[in-house]
Design a protein around this ligand. Structure first.
Ligand code: HEC
Ligand code: HEC
Length: 241
């Protein structure tokens, strides 16, 4: 009886500590990633090269994506508050880079680890899922900032030439592995830029860290808000044609 009571007290005391640790763990610097000795951006791992060589199948990808839906949701639009990012319309090359770099430990993501490990998905399934996601339309509305700061955000984006890599419409660059940043959830964009600024996003382009490093928190909020309010880049590009 006594032991049971003690165990209960221990559990109630430990649970909040455990939860707090899990959050702090997200802030860990990757020992292999940005800021570590010998880090070179864009080194393609053997697994990334292997996945990129496979012939993908979007239908099989839809099946395999079942294992990802718990967080990224059935339509892959993530969660409005940005806890889980939107994956619809992301370049296949970017999805492959991010997933294989979570697997290699370059990008730390303890929440996703067990679902993206090689026990959970094969290289072929990564290729299939990446292809499937790149074909998906952006349907549901995404999370925006609490205030419309897009004028200030746009000025910062232009002045710091973020578009050299992420494009004028936030469309990224599939060939160069630069992610789409348009129409992404505000909460996710802001969190990533805080990580990039602090050097705790393991896979970061050093040129971007330098630019974002000069931003105040208010600047980061403005840029995140601007990007979250951009429409799906595919709609913009289709109109221009
Ligand atoms: C338990 C929750 C969870 C599951 C299941 C999960 N993810 Fe994630 N995923 C996350 C979180 C959280 C992030 C954002 C991490 C961060 O903030 O750095 C993320 C980020 C990503 C990203 C990076 C997006 C970007 O814009 O850089 C990709 C790609 C991704 N997940 C793909 C997948 C795939 C494919 C699966 C299934 C094989 C999967 N995820 C399953 C939680 C999950
Ligand atoms: C030299 C190219 C380059 C420049 C310049 C650049 N970025 Fe990036 N950015 C990247 C790459 C590459 C990633 C993905 C991280 C990786 O895979 O290494 C990224 C990721 C991001 C992300 C997270 C997206 C996601 O889906 O996880 C945001 C937000 C972002 N950049 C914003 C910016 C802003 C704002 C600027 C301008 C201050 C900027 N970037 C300048 C290359 C660049």
């Amino acid at each position: 009886m006594m032991n049971k009571t003690l165990a209960c007290i221990a559990l109630t005391l430990l649970l909040p500590i455990h939860a707090a640790l899990a959050d702090v763990a997200d802030e860990r610097k990757s020992p292999l990633g940005y800021g570590s000795k010998g880090y070179v951006w864009g080194t393609i791992s053997l697994e990334q090269a292997e996945v990129m060589k496979l012939v993908p199948d979007a239908r099989r990808g839809e099946e395999a994506f079942r294992g990802c839906r718990g967080c990224h949701k059935r339509d892959a639009a993530g969660v409005m508050d940005g806890t889980y990012p939107r994956l619809t319309g992301q370049h296949a090359s970017v999805v492959i880079k991010q997933v294989t770099e979570v697997r290699s430990g370059l990008r730390i993501n303890p929440k996703m680890d067990p679902f993206a490990s090689d026990h959970a998905v094969t290289p072929q399934e990564i290729a299939d899922i990446a292809n499937y996601l790149s074909t998906l339309e952006t349907t549901r509305e995404n999370g925006k900032g609490p205030d419309n700061l897009s004028v200030r955000g746009k000025a910062l984006y232009l002045r710091n030439r973020c578009g050299i890599c992420h494009g004028d419409n936030g469309e990224g660059n599939a060939d160069k592995f630069y992610p789409v940043v348009a129409a992404q959830h505000y909460g996710y964009l802001l969190r990533e830029m805080v990580h990039i600024k602090k050097g705790t996003r393991g896979n970061s382009h050093p040129r971007m860290v330098k630019a974002i490093g000069k931003f105040s928190h208010a600047d980061l909020e403005a840029v995140a808000d601007y990007l979250s309010r951009l429409p799906d880049y595919r709609r913009v590009l289709a109109k221009g044609k």
